[in-house]
Design a protein around this ligand. Structure first.
Ligand SMILES: [Zn+2]
Length: 267
């Protein structure tokens, strides 16, 4: 066995990467046996992996119907059929429909922060399941999922794009194709944290474009734009405009969290 490994290590052309992959898979299986399942937030023991315990679960404020069909925000009462909020009627978005899993609050807020800034992807499988459920209608009509891109400097600093991680997870669960290279930032934007609605809109207006080599991939395609948190919708709006300008037949927006006006907190 040692001789075989040594031979592989000495000869990089003889399958080192497949050996590495096999070792990584074996390590994964071993970790599954050794690490007992626990709540992904408070580490309380559970029966299954990638889940929350009951008390952490209770802090998640899932977004349930009745919803504004355009903005995906909860409506105060059900009038039956498709309803549009006053906000969407006054200022219709470029995208067709937005849907989000839950409000940006409680344990979810901390988990999203960990995903975004903390280099911890522990919640990605749970988030993927929630997104697949909240976005079932949108994903059922989609040709492609496109994550909102980070700018190059932020990507270098964080080393990953959280929206791309969620898109890959969705692809694994639903089979809907995804492409992280469709959208690109055309200029640097300042962080949206702490900006007002109008400042956010100005900050991201015209800041996104479809990559020249990707235009054919989205022409006449129904696209689901994926982001982690929708605050004012300014980023989603700017991305949707870029996708539609490049020929997408329709753009829907799917996000993990929604910051509603009554819980206006900057992510
Ligand atoms: Zn817990």
């Amino acid at each position: 066995m040692f001789g075989r490994v040594a031979a592989l290590l000495n000869d990089p052309m003889s399958g080192l990467s497949s050996l590495g992959q096999r070792l990584a898979r074996a390590a994964h299986r071993a970790a599954d046996l050794v690490v007992p399942p626990a709540c992904i937030y408070c580490r309380k023991p559970l029966a299954v992996h990638d889940a929350l315990c009951a008390s952490c679960w209770r802090t998640i404020k899932f977004i349930r119907p009745p919803l504004c069909d355009r903005l995906g925000i909860p409506l105060p009462f059900d009038i039956g059929g498709t309803a549009i909020s006053a906000q969407a009627a006054a200022s219709p978005p470029a995208y067709a429909r937005a849907r989000a899993v839950a409000h940006f609050d409680g344990v979810l807020r901390d988990l999203v922060h960990q995903l975004k800034y903390g280099d911890s992807h522990i919640a990605r499988r749970l988030f993927g399941r929630w997104l697949a459920e909240a976005g079932a209608e949108l994903l059922g009509q989609a040709d492609l999922v496109v994550p909102v891109p980070l700018d190059r400097w932020r990507l270098l600093k964080r080393r990953f794009n959280q929206a791309a991680i969620l898109s890959r997870e969705l692809n694994r669960l639903t089979g809907v194709a995804w492409d992280p290279l469709v959208l690109q930032r055309t200029r640097r934007t300042v962080s949206q944290v702490g900006l007002t609605h109008d400042q956010r809109r100005r900050n991201v207006r015209g800041a996104f474009a479809v990559a020249p080599g990707r235009a054919a991939a989205i022409r006449d395609r129904a696209v689901v734009l994926l982001d982690d948190v929708i605050t004012t919708g300014a980023t989603a709006e700017a991305c949707a405009r870029a996708l539609l300008r490049a020929g997408a037949s329709r753009v829907d927006v799917l996000a993990l969290c929604l910051v509603t006006p009554d819980s206006m907190i900057n992510p």
